[in-house]
Design a binder for this molecule. Sequence first.
Ligand SMILES: CC(C)(COP(=O)(O)OP(=O)(O)OC[C@H]1O[C@@H](n2cnc3c(N)ncnc32)[C@H](O)[C@@H]1OP(=O)(O)O)[C@@H](O)C(=O)NCCC(=O)NCCS
Length: 227
Amino acid sequence: MGDGAGPDRRGGAGVGRSPLTGGNAAARPCDSGDDRRVTTTRDPQPTLAGRRVRLRPWRPDDAGAVFAACQDEEIQRWTEVPVPYLREHADGFVGEFAAATWAAGGAQFAVETVDGGLLTGAITLFPPRDGVGVVGYWTLAAQRGQGYTAEALRVLSAWAFEKVGLRRMELVVDPANTGSCRVAEGAGFLAEGVLRHRSIHRGRRVDDVVYGLLAGDPRPHRDHRAE
Ligand SMILES: CC(C)(COP(=O)(O)OP(=O)(O)OC[C@H]1O[C@@H](n2cnc3c(N)ncnc32)[C@H](O)[C@@H]1OP(=O)(O)O)[C@@H](O)C(=O)NCCC(=O)NCCS
């Protein structure tokens, strides 16, 4: 999955773990090689508005901020970003990989504040399979703890169910990643089980918690901070 390897076109996909979508490695939406061969005609990627954050398509001039953000040890610890994280990874993430993800039915979004347009992080819906979409995210160290990620996940989920037509969304998280578990729960995802030693992360066997949200599940729509 690119850990510790050289240039990797995913360059910051930021998913916590290899997603479980089809029960086999070939179904992993992280693997962008096959995605690039899928050509579909889609409308331009939209901007999705929340109360405090909006999700917009990446722009080439975001690469510097992505490069800086992905030097953070927490992002490198918990996601699949390449280590070391190079400028070319960031260029690929906001450019080629974002376009390929959209063409394959997923979407990569920059998350920014509604008030002032400050970049807060990244959230990605990997190309769905059979109506199931897997999400990954990271947030800039300086912007954590303000509820931005949980709101971004709520906004993305609403769009994915209501506009993309998904029936299920998933998050795959290390159980030790308390912050990400709280984000998932804050967006209404349910922890469905721990898969022991399911992943190899940076050369280590780790457990995965699979979080799921169905289209018909109750979803919190508002952040208590914004009430
Ligand atoms: C995990 C991460 C995305 C959380 O982002 P964030 O913007 O701080 O999360 P939010 O502010 O939206 O927090 C949502 C909830 O989680 C809680 N939370 C966030 N980080 C927490 C932590 N480290 N420990 C305990 N609770 C935490 C918040 O207090 C909030 O709870 P509340 O709604 O009850 O107030 C961020 O820490 C990050 O980017 N980590 C590195 C990358 C990563 O782990 N990505 C996910 C891989 S699966």
